[in-house]
Design a protein around this ligand. Structure first.
Ligand SMILES: [Zn+2]
Ligand SMILES: [Zn+2]
Length: 146
């Protein structure tokens, strides 16, 4: 039996059937695509503008413009200064989601998490299997909620 997968659109809150990991419904996605098209046209019509000028001039949400930069949609487009903030600390970066400092912090946290998991497992293995899976789910939950 296939589980019917429905979800609230992260933007308009309507219920929709997502394909894969989609977080917004097809209407909102179409809206996004339209905006992206507008943003691209704006850059084409205004070669050499900066990111801020683009955001102000096109009226598109900053996050959308930043995501487009991150996806490399402005390569060779004449957009100057194609930069956007780190998703964690807001430092201006030109590629990836996080700046190098946040990346290394995240890696450290992942390492700490892995170490904690291993410690828990070693501890759990010395007691029982049930404790092992329980503590694993606890660790997974607490990492997810952070
Ligand atoms: Zn929607
Ligand atoms: Zn950062």
């Amino acid at each position: 039996m296939t589980k019917l997968n429905i979800r609230n659109c992260a933007r308009c809150k309507r219920i929709f059937v997502p394909v894969g990991n989609e977080k917004i419904c097809s209407d909102c996605r179409a809206e996004d695509l339209e905006l992206e098209e507008r943003v691209k046209n704006y850059v084409r019509d205004h070669p050499g503008i900066t990111v801020n000028q683009l955001i102000e001039g096109s009226g598109a949400p900053r996050n959308l413009v930043w995501r487009m930069i991150q996806q490399g949609q402005f390569e060779n487009s004449g957009l100057k200064d194609a930069k956007y903030p780190c998703a964690n600390c807001g430092k201006i970066i030109t590629r990836g989601t996080y700046c190098s400092e946040c990346m290394s912090k995240l890696k450290q946290n992942a390492q700490k998490f892995a170490n904690a998991m291993n410690a828990k497992r070693r501890k759990a293995e010395s007691t029982s299997n049930k404790t092992f899976s329980d503590s694993m789910y606890d660790a997974l939950d607490s990492s997810r909620n952070r």
